[in-house]
Ligand binder design. Structure first.
Ligand code: FES
Length: 639
């Protein structure tokens, strides 16, 4: 339990062996020597369908001297047994306790809890190597390889070159007992010894990292238990070279050392972040053996030291689109010397390894429903499909959704207005500010807002305020602020030849101008036209389910996104924010190497659509400038 698998075994079979035969993964580092403690199980009372068991404990071997020694030295929790030592004597119900359930890592996300089956690329294997013998001239390394094959089944082992000069010293230091860290997902497809330690080594970690243009997010994970030990983020220091992606490409084009400087900056930030998660999780960074990275194509290129200039102009050629493997130190990542680094494949010129990660996480190809997956940033990455066919594109939404190019816009941070409502009768607004737990018309708001300071309006509120203005009749379907409304409310103010809406009178004064609305219209039209183009390619009029990935998607209210026509008509309950889905995809490939093959296979099958080359993109864009759309209906919205 909890897998529910069952079988029949000869009396005397170790529980670990029975579990493996049944395909239940129970970790073992010491190879059944009762020293690592990784194989713990609980033997419960219980019943099978046919046999009532009074006490399972009668049907298991009593503790032997090795298990007793482990209990004395390391301590075995009440009711636990070492499955490598305990043997079956009769019918049993065996529990793999949650903390040792190595094949189940639950990732809590906004929309779903995801269970990741564990099958990490790195495994720790303890062996006892035969001592040298004058009559057998086989080298120390060769005898090490031989015993790794005999005890653990590793054939054709290779070894990281830096370890070769260390083998003799490590074997003698461990008194011929050593732990090898084996990586089994190398390009060569042969298993590799990437680390070697005297005695029993009982911990191995990995990192999964999403390099976003604004934020770098990282999980530190135990590769043996599958547990997330720490998660953290930091801002991407490349921001000082340019806020958005294109300005970073321009920086590279205009500065001879630009690419190098940005590569150095992001690698330094990643190394610092590793330090941070390791400090939080009390882990030595040299115990990190595997790293997985995702990022949009420009972040991907800059991190790997590749010039991204080609991505700044048509035909947006990637230097490399397939998956990549490195020694982590080749990318200056400071972890175990033999650690490996895996980069997910990119889908297309502007649909990167981050979109591949999100696709793996949400899995449109694993289901029959037509799923729309969007990651909105300065460039929207869009994936649409189901188990039959998946298509993908990017669309240049620009930075308006992130608060840039908006007169009072700012990033989501304390002091930013995040929610807006407008009374359709009086046209009076109320709003909420990040860091203040009240609406602006509630008691105590003014005082709380004074300490935080209201500084501007962030992306989610820009969507809401424009949608609320539309619902209140302040703006027309074409997005024009109706000047005649000025007679009804002093909040509609003339602003040269156009009008503005006064959202907050005070210091600073926050208004929504005609230009702001235009910027939002352009951004949402780009997103919608990209989505619509993919829907046309799929031959569908509607989508069944929508997933918003990324930070923006977590804050946006689906109803307002639909009122404005950012996304197509869909059952509101089917529109979900899934947080950092790209990071979840990275985590999946870190914990289970089969997911690497899965996404590599799927990415190769995804049809890439280049919006700039599609003749009807322009018309779809023009239609989508209207609120919510010039021709497309939104029946679910009116329900
Ligand atoms: Fe190591 Fe059982 S396998 S203690």
């Amino acid at each position: 339990m909890p897998s529910g698998k069952r079988g029949r075994f000869a009396v005397g079979t170790p529980i670990l062996e029975a579990a493996r035969t049944l395909g239940v993964y129970v970790e073992s580092v010491c190879g059944g020597r009762a020293t690592c403690g990784r194989c713990q199980v609980e033997v419960q009372e219980g019943s099978f369908a046919k046999h009532k068991i009074v006490s399972s404990l009668d049907h298991i071997s009593p503790r032997g001297p090795k298990e007793d020694r482990y209990d004395r030295v390391r301590g075995l929790p009440e009711g636990r047994r070492l499955s490598c030592s305990a043997t079956i004597q009769g019918d049993l119900v065996v529990d793999v306790p949650q903390d040792v359930q190595v094949n189940a890592q639950v990732v809590r996300k906004a929309a779903t809890d995801r269970i990741i089956e564990r099958n990490a690329a790195v495994q720790l294997c303890y062996v006892e190597v035969e001592e040298p013998d004058m009559h057998k001239p086989l080298g120390d390394l060769d005898r090490l390889k031989a015993v790794l094959e005999k005890d653990w089944g590793w054939k054709d082992l290779l070894i990281a070159p830096h370890l070769i000069p260390q083998v003799q010293g490590i074997l003698r230091k461990g008194n011929w007992g050593v732990t090898a860290a084996i990586h089994r997902d190398m390009d060569s497809s042969r298993p590799f010894i990437i680390g070697l330690y005297p005695g029993l080594k009982n911990e191995a970690y990995g990192i999964a990292c999403d390099i976003g243009s604004t934020t770098i997010a990282m999980h530190l994970v135990s590769l043996l238990s599958g547990r997330i030990v720490a998660s953290s983020g930091t801002s991407n220091p490349q921001i000082r070279f340019g806020e958005d992606l294109m300005s970073r490409v321009s920086y590279v084009m205009m500065n001879p050392d630009g690419r190098e400087a940005m590569t150095k900056a992001v690698r330094e930030a990643v190394n610092k972040l590793i330090g941070k998660v390791c400090a939080e999780g009390n882990v030595d960074r040299h115990d990190i053996f595997d790293c997985v990275f995702v990022g949009n194509p420009i972040m991907h290129h800059l991190f790997l030291g590749i010039d991204p200039t080609e991505l700044g102009q048509a035909p947006f050629a990637l230097a490399v689109s397939g998956p990549l493997q490195y020694w982590a130190h080749e990318i200056d990542i400071e972890v175990a010397q033999g650690a490996r680094l895996y980069m997910l494949p990119c889908i297309a010129g502007h649909v990167g390894a981050d979109a591949a990660g999100a696709t793996l996480s949400e899995g449109p190809y694993r289901q029959d429903k037509m799923m729309l997956l969007v990651d909105v940033g300065t460039n929207a990455e869009i994936v649409l499909g189901n188990s039959t066919r998946v298509v993908a594109a990017s669309s240049p939404t620009g930075p308006a959704f992130e608060g840039a190019e908006i007169s009072s816009g700012q990033r989501a941070a304390p002091g930013a207005i995040e929610r807006v409502r407008i009374d359709p009768q009086t046209l009076e607004p109320k709003f909420r500010v990040i860091g203040v737990d009240k609406w602006s018309d509630e008691d105590g708001f003014q005082e709380a807002a004074k300490t935080i300071g209201v500084t501007g309006i962030c992306g989610s509120a820009i969507i809401e305020v424009v949608a609320e203005m539309y619902l209140a009749g302040i703006i027309s379907e074409d997005g024009v602020i109706d000047g005649t409304m000025a007679e009804r409310s002093p909040r509609i103010m003339a602003n040269g030849r156009t009008f503005s809406y006064l959202l907050r009178d005070g210091e600073p004064r926050i208004t929504v101008t005609q230009n702001d609305i235009r910027a939002i219209q352009l951004a949402k039209a780009a997103l919608y036209a990209g989505v619509k183009l993919l829907m046309e390619k799929q031959g569908v009029e509607t989508v069944d389910t929508i997933r918003f990935a990324g930070a923006f998607g977590s804050f946006i209210d689906p109803k307002y996104a639909m009122v404005l026509g950012l996304i197509p008509d869909c059952e509101l309950s089917e529109v979900k924010a899934v947080g950092n889905a790209a990071g979840t995809g990275a985590l999946m490939t870190l914990l289970n190497r089969n997911h690497r093959r899965e996404i590599e296979r799927e990415v190769a099958l995804i049809e890439k659509i280049e919006t700039a080359l599609e003749p009807n993109f322009q018309q779809l864009f023009v239609n989508a400038m209207a609120l919510p759309n010039k021709i497309d209906p939104f029946p679910k919205l009116s329900q």
